[in-house]
Design a protein around this ligand. Structure first.
Ligand SMILES: Nc1ncnc2c1ncn2[C@@H]1O[C@H](COP(=O)(O)OP(=O)(O)O)[C@@H](O)[C@H]1O
Ligand SMILES: [Mg+2]
Length: 296
């Protein structure tokens, strides 16, 4: 009843999802309803299948209501419990938004060997990194349909005074109907304005983070630029560039510009790959011609 898992989707499955995303099929989706289960009572759910592994935890498919409802559970890797607790706090603060993964509950461990874990909606199309890689990159029109939803989600996150700090294709999920959902808020930070610590994933990190300056929610918009490059190419931005020279290049505000893009997208890049004071916010970007026009 889960349907094909992200691993089983293949090129045809991903092409179908991108097509649904472009046609706005996701807009007609009903809000996510929390399955009836008790996180602290293992008799009310069943862990089915491994889904993915990141730096902080393992994610698996879980069924509830006698196998009729599907969700996902994230279990903290050893030593990463604080990140998972932070993720739960942030998801609670963010509430329900259709472009952000919905939290269903958390299991409080009763012993030291039990991992911290939380339950959330299952997003069946996998990550947009896997999607773009599988399709060897998407067109500008397809990228626009994905990025628009990413920006809706980020707009909400920033309005709640949260910085995501790890925006990248591997942390952005897509449903089979093309609904984009921001996930992995493990290193997100509540209280915009005083952040300085180094955080994020190399190729997506903004210059002000590399240089150790104070930063705010604008760092997520530099990463959005990286995600656009990633999904157009099907590989992460700066693929093949060693970490050290990447750091130097980004600190000089260089960015991984794709070979051939439309003038409107070129203009959008100039609004995200720039100094934080000049960088567009999520709300401003949503009004940019690349995102408002239907042709690239
Ligand atoms: N709600 C979900 N539905 C489906 N797959 C998910 C979900 N959450 C995470 N995943 C999968 O698990 C992987 C790791 O999850 P993530 O939250 O990014 O963990 P980490 O914090 O360890 O990086 C993701 O890249 C994705 O493949
Ligand atoms: Mg992750």
């Amino acid at each position: 009843m889960v349907g094909p898992t992200p691993d089983e989707l293949g090129i045809a499955g991903y092409a179908h999802i991108v097509n649904a995303c472009c046609r706005g099929v996701w807009c007609a989706e009903s809000p996510v309803v929390r399955p009836s289960f008790d996180p602290n009572n293992p008799d009310t759910y069943h862990v089915e299948q491994w889904l993915g592994q990141g730096a902080f935890g393992t994610v698996s498919i879980v069924t509830a209501e006698n196998g009729t409802r599907v969700m996902a559970v994230k279990m903290a890797s050893s030593g990463k419990e604080a990140a998972l607790r932070n993720e739960v706090d942030v998801l609670n603060k963010l509430g329900i938004h259709r472009n952000i993964v919905t939290l269903f509950g958390m299991l409080e461990p009763t012993s030291a060997w039990e991992p911290v874990r939380f339950f959330m909606e299952y997003v069946g199309g996998g990550t947009i990194a896997a999607l773009a890689q599988s399709l060897a990159g998407v067109s500008e029109e397809e990228a626009r349909a994905i990025i628009r939803q990413l920006l809706y989600g980020l707009e909400h996150i920033h309005a709640q005074k949260v910085i995501h700090r790890d925006i990248k294709g591997a942390n952005i999920l897509i449903s089979p109907t093309g609904c984009v959902k921001i996930a992995d808020l493990g290193i997100s930070r509540i209280h915009i304005g005083d952040a300085k610590s180094f955080a994020g994933s190399g190729p997506y990190i903004a210059p002000e983070v590399y240089t150790g300056s104070r930063y705010d929610s604008k760092i997520d918009l530099w990463s959005v630029g990286g995600v656009i490059v990633e999904i157009l190419h099907g590989t992460h931005p700066w693929a093949g560039i060693p970490a050290m020279s990447l750091c130097l290049k980004v600190s000089r505000f260089e960015f991984p510009k794709p070979d051939k893009v439309s003038p409107t997208l070129e203009n959008l890049f100039s609004k995200v790959f720039c100094a934080p004071n000049d960088r567009h916010s999520a709300t401003m970007l949503l009004g940019h011609p690349w995102l408002t026009t239907s042709a690239a």
